[in-house]
Design a binder for this molecule. Structure first.
Ligand SMILES: Cc1cc2nc3c(=O)[nH]c(=O)nc-3n(C[C@H](O)[C@H](O)[C@H](O)COP(=O)(O)O)c2cc1C
Length: 357
């Protein structure tokens, strides 16, 4: 199969692959620029950035400043054809500021998940940045399309359709996750495809759908393209690359992983999430609650009096290599990763498999 390019709004990537945003600090400028240099789209995750001491005093300013730095660094590290996206989670208390910082720093795509992007077009004003919400159902896709049409007379530049096998926070209830027949990526993708048609016609533009969640090989990519996706978003596979920004201990936890170690948690963010059942999570099974000190209230949905741990602290611990005291998010296929490779090697493997499919 000839590998198709991926067009999202005003940009065209050589490869139909987006490296998914991974917070906290898992996908920063090193990983994103390496992916962009190979023809994919690299994504910087905007959650949990900045100098920890300064964050306590100036959370909003410090987070935005750190994001600006990462985006500029990624842009300077990739060639002129490279494309950099920023992932923003709607549940963050500073999400509006992060959107503005990403646009100002020159991000070409805002990928917006974990919350409805109702005001997103207003925040970016008339910047040429491309807006790509993450959805896990045709119902939510339709809601976004309808509101943007009515309020702003515009539409999305694409959707990431994230299925139930993804890593990190998930857009499904625990009940839906137990019903893979009715809530699979294969089922949701055609439903969203049907939903976007009306708006493609109205606005005279294609709305590319990017499939995500559990995509592991070039053959998987080919399958998603054959189902009508314009591209895929992959995250888990990029963790065990040399360029991935996270600690070696985090990568090793992926390599040591067995399928039965992957679990679904109820995150303090108020959403289910997929993670490794490591020492930290096993400890929580016997502790009712860990001590929490909340210096900057990063999540609008986190109820500090009820939360059993601080998710920002737990993710930062893993980033820094203290994995026994940290939360490690992963996709359902993380146990299949066998070794650490370069981004170049991984993309070459995916391309070969995709061409052969
Ligand atoms: C370690 C990790 C952290 C993630 N963090 C975020 C995040 O900050 N924001 C977000 O929208 N998605 C996040 N995700 C989801 C990914 O961007 C991606 O859509 C999903 O994991 C794709 O499935 P895959 O990992 O099976 O390829 C994360 C995933 C992982 C594995």
């Amino acid at each position: 199969m000839k590998i198709p390019k991926l067009q999202i709004g005003n940009i065209t990537a050589e490869l139909p692959i987006i490296q998914g945003g991974m917070g906290v600090r898992v996908s920063l400028s090193s990983l994103a620029s390496a992916v962009a240099n190979e023809g994919g789209i690299g994504t910087i995750a905007s959650v949990g950035l900045g100098d920890l001491e300064i964050l306590e005093r100036e959370f909003v300013k410090q987070s935005s400043g750190a994001l600006t730095k990462e985006v500029r660094k990624a842009r300077s590290m990739c060639n002129s054809k490279g494309h950099i996206a920023v992932n923003i989670m709607g549940v963050l208390s500073n999400s509006d500021d992060l959107v503005r910082a990403a646009v100002e720093a020159g991000a070409q795509i805002i990928v917006y998940g974990a919350g409805l992007p109702i005001n997103l077009p207003t925040l970016v004003e008339d910047s040429p940045v491309n807006l790509v919400p993450i959805v896990s159902s045709a119902r939510v896709a339709n809601l976004i399309l309808k509101v943007w049409d009515k309020r702003y007379n515009r539409t999305v530049d694409g959707f990431i359709i994230e299925g139930p096998l993804a890593g990190g926070h998930l857009g499904f209830s625990e009940e839906q996750l137990r019903d893979p027949q009715n809530f699979s990526l294969d089922k949701i993708l055609p439903e969203v495809m049907e939903t976007v048609k009306e708006y493609e016609d109205k606005f005279g533009q294609k709305i590319p759908l990017i499939a995500a969640g559990g995509i592991f090989t070039g053959r998987d990519i080919a399958r998603m393209l054959s189902l009508g996706a314009s591209g895929v978003q992959m995250a888990t596979r990029f963790v065990c690359t040399e360029e991935c920004d996270v600690s070696p201990e985090f990568k090793q936890a992926y390599l040591d992983l067995k399928e039965e170690d992957i679990t679904i948690i109820k995150s303090p963010a108020g959403l289910p999430g997929r993670a490794i059942r490591n020492k930290f999570l096993k400890g929580l099974e016997t502790h009712v609650k860990l001590k929490i000190r909340c210096p900057y209230k990063c999540l609008t949905t986190c109820k500090i009096t009820e939360a059993r741990y601080c998710i920002a602290r737990a993710l930062l611990n893993s980033y820094f290599g203290k994995v026994d005291e940290g939360l490690i998010f992963c996709g359902q296929n993380a146990h299949r990763i066998e070794k650490i490779v370069t981004v170049k090697e991984l993309i070459a493997e995916l391309k070969t498999e995709l061409e052969a499919a």
